[in-house]
Design a protein around this ligand. Structure first.
Ligand code: I6G
Length: 673
C-alpha cells in the first residue's frame, strides 16, 4: 500500500468513526451534537472517498445501509437461544398473583423490578460478531425466524458496528422494531394520495416494511428500534442486573427505551403502569402495555422458565385498542366546508376502556376500498384521541342482507345537491351557508379558541342557537340578548352573563384571527397571518385580485380562487359588514419594511413533534418575516425537526437543506433578535 493509500484509509476510518459517533448521539443519547446537514456532509465525504477507492468499502461502513439486491425469499435462521414470549396480566389482580408467585419462589419479601413500556412492533434478534452486525432475524416461531439482515441494516437506529472495543465476540441483542406514530400517519397519507393500500396500524406497517424483499423499499420506511434483551453471548453475562445490562448495551450504541425504570415491589409496578397509561397517548410510538422483569439476573436464573415464557417477566397489557362490532348503519355528516363524510353507526363496543358508537369512514373511496357494507362485522380501532376508524371487514361474517353504502344525491341536512368532482375523494353539499350543518360548523369555527376565542360558546350551545333560529350567521352572535340566552337549556343568569362578557371581549382581536375566523376554504392560521401581513388591511385584501393574492407566500392559484370567491359572495360581505358594525376591531397591522425583518426571504418547514404548539413557533418565525411552508423543496432554507420527524426530514436530508433541532432554532432566533 502506498503512503497516499494509507492516508486515504486513515481518513475513511476517521470519517466512519465520526459518523458512528454522531449516530450514537442522535439515536441512543437523543442529544445530537451537530445539525443533520453537517452529518450529511460527513456521509457524502465518505461516499466520495469510497467511490474513488471501492476496495476499501467494508460492510459495516455507514454508507452501506442500503445496497443489497432484492431477495427472492427470506432464508431461515435458527435461534441458538430461543426467542420466547411473555406471559400477560390483564388486571392488577393478575399482577399481584405474578408478584406473589415470584416472592414465594424466591422467598423474598419484596422484589426489585425493571419496568418499561411494551412497544407495539415486532421482535428482532440482532447478531453482532466482533462488534459488527452480521445478521438480523425475526422471531418466527421462537426457534426459527427469517433472515431480514438487508432490511435491518437500513434502519438508522440499529448500529452496523458496536461502539468502542469492549464488546463480547458474539453478542445477540434483542428488541423491538417499530414505526413511530407520525411516520405511520405520513406513510398512510402518501399511500392514500397515491390510491394505494394503507396499513391498519403502526405494527402492521412495521412488519410489512421489514418483510419487503427489496431493502430499498424498507429504507424509505420510518422504522426505529429499542433493545430490551439479549440472546447468545460469548461471555457469561453483561452485568448482574437487567438494568445494568441495558446500560452496557446502551454504552455499546444500542438505543434503549428512555422510559426504563427500576421500581420496588408490586406497589412500584402498579404506580408505573398507571403513570404509563397516562403518558401513553403522548408517546411518539404505540405501546400496548408495560413489561416488568425481575431486575436481579441471579434471581431470574433461579426462577427459570415455564413452557415458552420466563417466570421472571410479565407484560401488563392495556385494554385492547381494537374490537369487533357490527355496522348498524352508515350516515352522512356535513362539515364546515360542506364535505359530506360517511360515518358508521356501530353496535356500541368498548375499545381500550371507552365505548365506541361511531367510526369515520373518511370518504366514499375509502368505503369502496375497505368494502364496508351495512350489516358487516368489522374491526374498529381507536388510538389516542383520534376519531375511531374501521380497520377492516370480516367478509366471512357478512350477512346475506348486507346493504351497500350509497352516497346521497342530496344533502341529508338541507336537501341541496351533493357533488363529487371528478378525481376528488370528497363529496360536498352545494348549499353553502344556506345549509344549517355548514352554518353550525362555520359558527363553531368562528368561536373557536384559535379564531375569535369566545369562551363558553361550546358546540352544543351553537347547535341550540342555530336550531332555535336565534342565530343564522356568526354576526348574529353579537346581537344575542340576556333574555334569549337565559331561555336556553341549562343556561342560568350567570352563564348568560359570562357568555355576553366573552362575546364583548372577543371584539378586540387581530386581523389574522379575524381572517382565520371567517373560515375561508384552505385559509388556515398560517395563511391568515401571511395575508394580514401582506395586505395590512381587510379593505386591501377584499379588493385584491387573484393575481395579487398569488403574490402572497404560500398562496397558490387554488387558495387565491377560494379567497377571491369568498369576498365576491354578497352574503359574506354582508356578514363582514355586520361583524364590523357590531364593534369587532383590531390594531393596525404593522408591516415592517422587509429589509428590517431578520428572516425576510427565508423559508422554514416545521416537522416532527415539537415542545410548543406549531402555531406558536410559526407565528414567531413569521413575525420575523420568515415564510413557514408545509412541504420541503429546494426553496426551503431551514427544516426544524422535532422528535420522530419522518418524510420531511428525509427529504431535507436528500436536498441538503439545513436542519435545525428546536434548541438550534431557538439559538438562531436569539442571535438575530
Ligand atoms: O416481547 C417483549 C417485549 C418487551 C419481550 C420482552 C420485552 O422486554 C421489555 N422481554 C422479553 C424477555 C421477551 N419478550 C421474551
Amino acid at each position: 500500500m502506498t503512503r497516499k493509500d494509507e492516508g486515504v484509509k486513515a481518513q475513511i476510518g476517521q470519517l466512519r468513526q465520526q459518523i458512528n459517533y454522531h449516530n450514537y448521539r442522535y439515536y441512543v443519547l437523543d442529544d445530537p451534537e451537530i445539525p443533520d446537514s453537517e452529518y450529511d456532509r460527513l456521509l457524502r465525504e465518505l461516499q466520495a472517498l469510497e467511490a474513488e477507492h471501492p476496495e476499501l468499502i467494508t460492510p459495516d461502513s455507514p454508507t452501506q445501509r442500503v445496497g443489497a439486491q432484492p431477495l427472492k425469499e427470506f432464508s431461515e435462521v435458527r435461534h441458538v437461544v430461543p426467542m420466547l414470549s411473555l406471559g400477560n396480566a390483564f388486571s392488577d389482580e393478575e399482577m399481584a398473583d405474578f408478584d406473589e408467585r415470584v416472592r414465594k419462589l424466591l422467598g423474598e419479601e419484596q422484589i426489585e423490578y425493571a419496568a418499561e413500556p411494551k412497544l407495539d412492533g415486532l421482535a428482532i434478534n440482532l447478531r453482532y460478531e466482533r462488534g459488527v452486525l452480521v445478521q438480523g432475524a425475526t422471531r418466527g416461531d421462537g426457534h426459527r425466524g427469517e433472515d431480514v439482515t438487508s432490511n435491518v441494516r437500513t434502519i438508522g437506529a440499529i448500529p452496523l458496528r458496536l461502539q468502542g472495543d469492549e464488546w463480547p465476540g458474539v453478542l445477540e441483542v434483542r428488541g423491538e422494531i417499530f414505526m413511530p406514530k407520525q411516520g405511520f400517519e405520513e406513510l398512510n397519507e402518501r399511500a392514500r394520495n397515491k390510491g394505494e393500500k394503507t396499513f391498519a396500524n403502526p405494527r402492521n406497517a412495521a412488519a410489512g416494511s421489514l418483510r419487503q424483499l427489496d431493502p430499498k423499499i424498507t429504507a424509505t420506511r420510518p422504522l426505529s428500534f429499542y433493545a430490551y434483551g439479549w440472546g447468545e453471548l460469548s461471555v457469561d453475562r453483561l452485568a448482574d442486573s437487567y438494568s445494568a445490562s441495558m446500560a452496557v448495551l446502551k454504552g455499546l450504541g444500542m438505543p434503549v427505551s428512555p422510559e426504563q425504570q427500576v421500581v420496588q415491589g408490586l406497589e412500584g409496578c402498579l404506580a408505573y403502569f398507571e403513570a404509563m397509561a397516562q403518558k401513553r397517548d403522548s408517546l411518539e410510538y404505540e405501546i400496548d402495555g408495560v413489561v416488568f422483569k425481575v431486575n436481579d439476573l441471579e434471581q431470574q436464573q433461579r426462577l427459570g422458565y415455564v413452557s415458552r415464557a420466563p417466570r421472571w417477566a410479565i407484560a401488563r397489557k392495556f385494554p385492547a385498542q381494537e374490537a369487533l362490532t357490527v355496522v348498524k348503519d352508515v350516515e352522512f355528516q356535513v362539515g364546515r366546508t360542506g364535505a359530506v363524510t360517511p360515518v358508521a353507526r356501530l353496535q356500541p363496543v368498548e375499545v381500550g376502556g371507552v365505548v365506541v358508537r361511531n367510526a369515520t369512514l373518511h370518504n366514499m373511496d375509502e368505503v369502496r376500498k375497505k368494502d364496508v357494507r351495512i350489516g358487516d362485522t368489522v374491526y374498529v380501532r381507536r388510538a389516542g384521541d383520534v376519531i375511531p376508524e374501521i380497520v377492516r371487514v370480516l367478509p366471512e361474517r357478512r350477512p346475506k342482507d348486507a346493504r351497500e353504502v350509497v352516497l346521497p344525491a342530496h344533502c341529508p341536512v338541507c336537501g341541496s345537491d351533493v357533488i363529487k368532482p371528478e378525481g376528488e375523494a370528497v363529496a360536498r353539499c352545494t348549499g353553502g351557508l344556506f345549509c344549517p350543518a355548514q352554518r353550525k360548523e362555520a359558527i363553531k369555527h368562528f368561536a373557536s379558541r384559535r379564531a375569535m376565542d369566545i369562551e363558553g360558546l361550546g358546540d352544543k350551545l351553537v347547535e341550540q342557537l342555530v336550531d332555535q333560529e336565534l342565530i343564522r350567521d356568526p354576526a348574529d352572535l353579537y346581537s344575542l340578548t340576556r333574555e334569549q340566552l337565559t331561555g336556553l337549556e341549562r343556561m342560568g343568569e350567570k352563564s348568560a352573563q359570562n357568555l355576553l362578557d366573552a362575546l364583548a371581549r372577543s371584539k378586540e382581536t387581530t386581523l389574522a384571527h379575524f381572517l382565520y375566523a371567517l373560515g375561508i376554504r384552505e385559509v388556515g392560521e398560517a395563511t391568515s397571518q401571511t395575508l394580514a401581513r401582506q395586505f395590512g388591511s381587510l379593505e386591501a385584501l377584499e379588493k385584491a385580485t387573484e393575481e395579487q393574492l398569488q403574490e402572497t407566500p404560500d398562496v397558490g392559484p387554488i387558495v387565491a380562487t377560494h379567497i377571491a370567491a369568498f369576498f365576491r359572495q354578497p352574503h359574506n360581505r354582508e356578514v363582514i359588514e355586520k361583524l364590523l358594525g357590531a364593534g369587532i376591531h383590531w390594531p393596525e397591522v404593522e408591516v415592517p419594511p422587509e429589509e428590517q425583518q431578520a428572516l425576510a426571504g427565508k423559508t422554514f418547514v416545521l416537522t416532527g413533534s415539537l415542545s410548543r404548539p406549531r402555531s406558536e413557533i410559526k407565528a414567531e418565525l413569521q413575525e420575523l418575516g420568515a415564510r413557514v411552508a408545509g412541504s420541503v423543496s429546494k426553496k426551503t432554507d431551514y427544516v426544524v425537526a422535532g422528535e420522530a420527524a419522518g418524510s420531511k426530514l428525509e427529504k431535507a436530508r436528500e436536498l441538503g437543506v439545513t436542519i435545525l433541532d428546536e434548541e438550534q432554532m431557538d439559538k438562531l432566533l436569539a442571535e438575530i433578535t
